[in-house]
Write a protein that binds this ligand. Structure first.
Ligand SMILES: Cc1ncc(COP(=O)(O)O)c(C=O)c1O
Length: 474
């Protein structure tokens, strides 16, 4: 189609404004392409403003755009955007770089070991297309949904979350990121401290800083957050919120140990604080994970937990449907914030999500992902041990899509830059810490590549250049 668009662009140029192009049928014959291709090419030219389509009359050359007004001087904005009111205790800073790292497409030829989502070949593309088509035909698909979300979808999320969580406790959100933003805004006023795991997901730190809150790190070890340090952090800061990923923590892959779960809830309850449970990776458990622990929300009697869930990680970053679940008065606060910010999640997307999770292909898809992630994890870990034996690989997770490793040599930035020069994008560890990191780290994601062969190739590329920075003793 790109060729046809190019040819038509040249052809349109020869017409005077208002001149009529040949009929679609004539174009089909002349360029020997299908009618669909012709209509798509014409639609693209119309979108570019080169032609106008008058139904029943034909396609005509459009009038050229009038000259753009002269660009003014926008430098005053630098002052306006930084001139915070004197009352702000914690300056707000909006920095999307930590989030964009996992959303941006890598440069051509670069292997993406920093992706945060499944490679298209692992996404349930056919099932999603079918779900979207069926959703579009549902009666009322383009109508207003209830602001809290479709009742059947809320019910599905409630069953997934478990325990005493009911459909009425669930608010459908536009994925996990927006759920986390709503939760933090509901629970912490600007200037407030927010306890976060250290290390943690940079997108969470970005939300905290953008809302003028102060993230305070609480270290995580192989068994999840350390309860004695959590208690100390509550006492030292008076925080009312702790954000926790009890299952396959991003980036460490740690699972909160059984003995620590009740303790975390008890400590938060004693501090009069909420625990925001970001359960981002439940659908990314590996085939060998064994039975998964319940959600913290399912074990929480007193409404301490505000639970965050999302469908994107096991499907596509564009299926932006997730949930917030909470009990008690906080539920109304969450709902009010979401309604004021964005009204509700588009109904066609909610209908599509419902179609997808109810389809027979859904459990099959989850099994495929579980098997593939396990295989990729093992292939990547084996390649690291073989090609980069000086790397410290402390923990092999049984869920999620990343390995959290310590580069030999100790210079994280040099390692990331060298890897990129060799054609591999990896995520530096620094953005995962909200204060000084205890050591250099990098995060290697195995979800975003096309397959295991690319993982091996990536590690070989890095191994081939590492001596250049002296980071890899022979
Ligand atoms: C730990 C964690 N939570 C939440 C999110 C947000 O994802 P989404 O908004 O696509 O659900 C991410 C994405 O990378 C994540 O890693």
């Amino acid at each position: 189609m790109a060729e046809l668009v190019e040819s038509l662009r040249v052809e349109v140029d020869r017409y005077s404004v208002g001149g009529k192009l040949p009929s679609s049928r004539a174009l089909v014959e002349r360029y020997r392409v299908s009618p669909v291709t012709v209509s798509r090419a014409l639609a693209q030219l119309a979108a570019e403003g080169l032609v106008v389509t008058r139904p029943g009359a034909g396609v005509f050359r459009a009038a050229p755009r009038t000259a753009l007004p002269a660009a003014g001087d926008t430098s005053w904005q630098e002052v306006a955007l930084s001139a915070e009111g004197a009352g702000d205790v914690v300056p707000r800073s909006v920095d999307a770089s930590g989030v964009l790292a996992s959303l941006a497409a890598p440069p051509p030829g670069v292997i993406e070991l920093n992706g945060g989502y499944l490679h298209p070949s692992l996404q349930p593309e056919r099932a999603m297309a079918a779900a979207l088509a069926r959703a579009g035909r549902r009666p009322g698909a383009w109508g207003r949904p209830p602001v809290e979300g479709l009742p059947e979808l809320r019910d599905w999320f409630a069953r997934e979350i478990g325990g005493a969580v009911a459909a009425a406790d669930v608010l459908v959100t536009a994925g996990g990121q927006s759920a986390l933003a709503t939760a933090l805004r509901a629970l912490a006023p600007p200037g407030a401290p927010i306890l976060v795991e250290s290390p943690t997901y940079p997108g969470l730190l970005a939300i905290a800083r953008a809302s003028g809150c102060r993230p305070v790190p609480v270290p995580v070890d192989a068994e999840g957050v350390r309860p004695e340090l959590l208690a100390a952090a509550f006492e030292a800061t008076g925080a009312r919120v702790f954000v926790c990923q009890p299952l396959f923590q991003n980036p460490t892959g740690a699972v909160l140990a059984p003995g620590r779960r009740a303790e975390v809830l008890r400590i938060a309850r004693a501090a009069g604080a909420f625990v925001v449970e970001d359960d981002y990776a439940r659908a990314l458990a590996h085939e060998d994970s064994g039975p998964l622990p319940a959600t913290l929300a399912a074990e929480d009697a007193d409404g301490v937990v505000v639970h965050v869930r999302s469908l994107t990680k096991a499907t596509s970053p564009s299926l932006r449907v997730g949930a917030l679940a909470a009990r008690g008065p906080v539920r109304d606060r969450l709902r009010a914030i979401q309604v004021v910010d964005s009204f509700f999640v588009p109904r066609p997307l909610q209908e599509a999500a419902l179609e997808l999770v109810g389809a027979p292909a859904w459990p099959r898809h989850l099994r495929t992902v579980a098997a593939e992630l396990r295989h990729r994890r093992d292939v990547l870990a084996a390649a690291l041990r073989r090609e980069l034996p000086a790397f410290a690989l402390p923990h092999l997770p049984r869920g999620g899509y990343q390995l959290w490793v310590r580069p030999a040599g100790g210079d994280e930035s040099a390692f990331v830059a060298t890897a990129l020069r060799s054609g591999v994008a990896v995520a530096p560890g620094r953005p995962y810490f909200c204060a000084e990191p205890p050591a250099p780290y990098v995060r290697l994601s195995f979800a975003g590549v096309s397959g295991p062969a690319e993982l091996v190739e990536a590690v070989q590329r890095i191994g081939g250049v590492l001596p250049a920075v002296g980071a890899h003793p022979a």
